[in-house]
Design a protein around this ligand. Structure first.
Ligand SMILES: [Zn+2]
Length: 55
């Protein structure tokens, strides 16, 4: 049986927020188009910083 290559949560790198540098729950290898709170030109934001900027 072939083992399916599942992302291992232990080894997954997560993006850090471009503003506050806190780790987000966005995997670093997630496509840009599927990310939440990603700002083109700025990078990945956390939900809190995103709200600050766009509320
Ligand atoms: Zn932030």
């Amino acid at each position: 049986m072939k083992k399916i290559n599942m992302p291992d949560r232990e080894n997954t790198q997560y993006e850090r927020c471009a503003l506050c540098k806190r780790q987000t729950d966005v995997p670093a290898d997630l496509e840009i188009g599927r990310r939440c709170f990603y700002i083109e030109g700025a990078g990945q934001l956390c939900p809190a910083c995103y709200r600050e900027l766009y509320q």
